[in-house]
Design a protein around this ligand. Structure first.
Ligand code: NDP
Ligand code: ZN
Length: 186
């Protein structure tokens, strides 16, 4: 059992570690937000919308894109944040050796079989990405490309249902809003 008084310290350490790793990256949206905004938004969704109070989940949310998108070595995460956090971050990471289309297909296929804790992080991640598609879509994405992304996110989320009803409800609202917007634009 972790000491509850250490929880803010671990969360701040993870935010700092992740900010350092993502320091040269930007999101793909036209707003070009600093990348670190995204893991912070995912952790915030989990805590404030999903009611998640499990600090390993919040820490892993802050780190969820470090293995996939930065030079971070799994050992760094194990040493600083422990085995359980590393396992969650690995569950959130695609196999980068595979082509993108295949990675997307595997996310749909694997979603029902990941741990409940990883499902919660993935739900919050998809909420944030669908909201980004609504509010700050990647440059050069046509309405059709946005619709394709929304269809795929919906498929992934269908394999995550039951893990966190509040986040699922949030996802459904954001998806409906994003769909309405992309329909109006085409
Ligand atoms: P992705 O669909 O993988 O890009 C979306 C991902 O980028 C999100 O899941 C998110 O991942 C991240 N991201 C960063 N910034 C934003 C933002 N502002 N809004 C939403 N998501 C953001 O795109 P890729 O370019 O990597 O292409 C992958 C696949 O897309 C191809 O294999 C193909 O299937 C399809 N494609 C379709 C085209 C079309 O016109 N229909 C054209 C080209 C490709 P996270 O936060 O989790 O890291
Ligand atoms: Zn993400």
């Amino acid at each position: 059992m972790k000491n509850p008084q250490d929880i803010p310290g671990r969360i701040l350490e993870a935010a700092r570690f992740s900010a350092e790793k993502h320091r040269d990256q930007r999101r793909k949206g036209t707003g070009r937000k600093p990348y670190i905004n995204h893991p912070i938004e995912v952790a915030d969704q989990l805590w404030n919308e999903g009611g998640v109070r499990d600090s390993d989940v919040i820490v892993a949310a802050l780190l969820h894109d470090t293995l996939e998108d930065t030079e971070t070595h799994p050992e760094e995460i194990r040493t600083r944040f422990g085995e359980a956090v590393l396992a969650l971050v690995l569950e959130m990471s695609d196999d980068k050796r595979l082509p993108k289309q295949e990675r997307k297909r595997l996310q749909v296929e694997h979603a029902p079989f990941i741990s409940t804790r990883a499902k919660q992080i993935k739900l919050a991640d998809k909420c944030c990405n669908v909201r980004d598609v609504l509010e700050d879509p990647p440059e050069n994405w046509s309405p059709e490309r946005r619709r394709e992304y929304l269809r795929w996110a919906e498929e992934v989320v269908s394999g995550l249902r039951g893990a966190n009803p509040a986040l699922e409800e949030r996802f459904d609202l954001l998806l409906a809003e994003s769909r309405k917007r992309t329909e109006a634009e085409s």
